[in-house]
Design a protein around this ligand. Sequence first.
Ligand SMILES: *[C@@H]1O[C@H](CO)[C@@H](O)[C@H](O)[C@H]1NC(C)=O
Ligand SMILES: *[C@@H]1O[C@H](CO)[C@@H](O)[C@H](O)[C@H]1NC(C)=O
Length: 403
Amino acid sequence: MVIFRLGFAIRLLWTTNLLAVGVSSNVQRTNTRHGDVWYANVTGDLLLGGLFPVHRKGNDGNNSCGEIQTEDGIQPLEAMLYTIERVNEDPRILAGVRLGALAFDTCDNPTYALQQAFYFVKGFMARGNRLGEEGYRCEDRSVAKFLDGELDGVVAVLGAQSSSVTIQVASVLALFPVPQISYMATSPFLSSKERFPRFFRTVPSDVNQARAMLEILREFKWSYVSVVYTDSEYGDHGYETLTLLASEYSICFSAPHRISDDRFTEEDYDHVIRTIAEKTDVRVVVLFAEKSATLRVLEAARRVGVGSRFVWLGSDSWPDRRDAEGTEDTIVLEGALAVQPLYAPLSGFDEYFTGLTLDHERNNPWFREFWRIYHGCTDDETDDKVAGKVSLSFVVDFEVKKN
Ligand SMILES: *[C@@H]1O[C@H](CO)[C@@H](O)[C@H](O)[C@H]1NC(C)=O
Ligand SMILES: *[C@@H]1O[C@H](CO)[C@@H](O)[C@H](O)[C@H]1NC(C)=O
């Protein structure tokens, strides 16, 4: 119960079966892309910018994007779209003002995310121009616009999810008089008001997260544990906080391993796992790492054949089950514990989400990809379902995070 007092909960996943029915219609897309860049687009008088890891980080080190993410990507994006819809429907909240959104994919990758965030930056600069700041002028002396002034209406940016992406984006957005609010970034680094004067978040910082992990270790009397963390803002600070507080909880971290998601090869990961495994007395491994690195550690544990020998205690970036599906890490993930900020269920969201049909790609350009992967159909079949050639009902099983 101490865990709950700290504002963190142990994450458990379970599955609910719900029914969604495909509806026939001709989908008309609104404007949801600029060149190769896609964005969710809800029109409104005031716009909220959004940054979501709709796709996982790609594995080849460049700006690539990986698989689509349901629980960590599509669902939080939909939570934003749903909330905006609710606000717009309720005359008591923002009477006479329609709230809209423009949300981009970060691919959980700081470099890629920064490129996307530049859409907001260009919009802010264009707005500055319009408001008479000395800036760009066209040859005919008219005020220069960016994308027809469509991004001028962005009044705040919601995001991003991971700390590394959020820090990267926040360092640029800090230059503009616009608030940024993250729903998931927990790094204590973001607490600095000098560096990030307009940054806010709806989650507690990692100091609380480290305490929650230590509480769990103490509760189960695991006093001698190993720790693996990434060489990033998130991992370094997490490890630092853990070791700083460890003595208070009489816990000893043996042989810490600092890993690098960008530089490490499979052999490097295997080496880390072997080194831990050779310390026969270690049964518990704490992982303070971004999701992509966490998955690679678990993959290595499976390769080396020691996955189920350890109890894994993960941080809040712990992969959801779908991330691990198909990577054969599910077995390793079973029995693992991970902490996560305490959250409140969003009333009505489950009904909204399971009631969505392919029409929804009008607002969410990634919805078709999600739908196709989710139902395991090819792109042609996806269209058949929209065109209503077949009458279908889909069984949607999705994971609900509960405390
Ligand atoms: C969003 O969609 C509306 C309606 O189709 C369109 O007018 C607007 O240009 C779009 N915004 C952007 C940034 O593409
Ligand atoms: C990364 O991008 C560079 C430059 O575009 C390219 O030369 C290199 O092959 C890419 N690396 C991978 C692993 O794709």
